[in-house]
Write a protein that binds this ligand. Sequence first.
Ligand SMILES: Cc1cc2nc3c(=O)[nH]c(=O)nc-3n(C[C@H](O)[C@H](O)[C@H](O)COP(=O)(O)OP(=O)(O)OC[C@H]3O[C@@H](n4cnc5c(N)ncnc54)[C@H](O)[C@@H]3O)c2cc1C
Ligand code: SF4
Length: 483
Amino acid sequence: MRFIETTALNDTYDLVVIGSGFGSLFFIHGFLRQRPKARVLILEWGRFNSHQWQLENQVNSDIPEESVIDNRSGKPWAFTIGVGGGTNCWWAQAPRLHPADFAMRSRYGVGEDWPLSYDDLVPYYTEAEKIILVAGPDDISAVWPDTPRYPLPPHNMTTADRILKAAMPDKHFVVPNARLSRPVDGRSPCCATARCNLCPVDAKFTAENSLDSVLSHPQVDICLSAKVERLDAEAGRVRRALFRQGQREFAANGDLFVLGANAIYSPYILMRSGIGGHGVGRYLCEKMYVHVEAKLNGLKHFDGGTGTTCFNTSLLDGEHRRTRGAVALYFENRFSYGLRSEFGRWREVLPISFYVDDIPQEANGISLGDGDRPVIEHFSYTDYAHLAIKATLEALPDILSPLPVESIEFRDVSSTLGHIQCTTRMGLSNADSVIDRDLVHHTLRNLVVVGTSTFPSTGSVNPSLTVAALSLRSADRLTRSAS
Ligand SMILES: Cc1cc2nc3c(=O)[nH]c(=O)nc-3n(C[C@H](O)[C@H](O)[C@H](O)COP(=O)(O)OP(=O)(O)OC[C@H]3O[C@@H](n4cnc5c(N)ncnc54)[C@H](O)[C@@H]3O)c2cc1C
Ligand code: SF4
């Protein structure tokens, strides 16, 4: 990696990228493939904290997330500041969004349609899956069309999963994830320790272990500790990114700008720059994250190949989405709530988590405040999500009926799932959104916004594979239209 001092910055760059997380790095990957001679600058607020450093310090970043936001929302927001952004802390679950997630308004009359479809993303999903080396099952095309064979074989199911798979083969699937299911290039396969934000054996995809082709590309300069504060625009174009390093302010000039500073800081930078569009900083959203445990009679659990083995789509899509959220049920192969206490029955318990999709609300969001941190002023979930939880708890006995279940016990709702979304949404025009289907700002046509902030809705499952696919598509579209 070429880390450069501010004194060594070029006068101007072909591409200036703010942040080095999922959205940014996959954009650069696509961009350099078409334009390998382009000069690229990454302005990264954090430092490069290697995998080794993270293991030794037991954190992903030396900048705690709570220290950089003025959080008045009553709940935490989880992200990583540093080279690689969320590729460091993520747990590597990598499913595609469901095709219906892109068309909620037209199919179910709620939420928003995305300005592009699942089919538009298929080639880019496939490319992203190859880069991050997804391990997944062969039969998933029944729900996620045109998914080719994954680069790596699926992780082993648990015994409970195998029983459920046999009972509902078209609803119970191994979760595609970017944790190695066999050794690759000196990296060890996943050994199911389930502490994936700090994976001890480097089994999950991170920017450090798999995107060196971007981070160490000879055309890429990386400026660390460069906190971008504003973008300067004139005559319909962004001209410069203004950033602070220590007490001093600097500017980076460029032709094309990519803003990938996470779903709190990207809108904050736009707001500080006076750059608009409908909903900048509004519609802040997360899915709900709920946990239950099924006590089993005589069936031993925790014999699967990775931390979360399968997910069940029984409540994922359908007419119920008119009135309540999609629910993806994740079957956990880790004991967040401990083992059973009865002698000899320690493993007779099955933890299940569920992700509950919600409708983003304009009232939830970020404001400038009067300091130098974004104020997260309000956040609440809607009845759409709460009704989905109620319906799921009612449906679970039936879904789990192939198993010898003694009881199903509600555990809790986590305060965060780490999927911060929807604060610079894509859409058709300035009247409904900030950016278009290619992630380009509606009025400043040399500004691209990437990452989870661009989602018009939360979608039903984990977002980062979709972030990667959107960035690859955007880079492809922009470089082709320019050549
Ligand atoms: C504990 C945890 C587990 C997760 N597990 C999963 C999972 O299993 N599957 C999944 O799909 N998703 C998961 N996620 C979510 C995933 O991390 C995010 O969806 C993803 O990182 C979002 O990508 P992004 O590009 O929007 O932002 P990030 O990846 O967060 O990148 C933002 C970048 O911008 C930099 N930055 C921020 N502000 C500035 C500034 N002012 N100037 C310069 N640089 C700046 C940051 O340092 C960072 O490099 C998880 C998240 C957490 C917290
Ligand atoms: S389950 Fe363990 S080995 Fe596998 S990716 Fe997570 S932390 Fe790494």
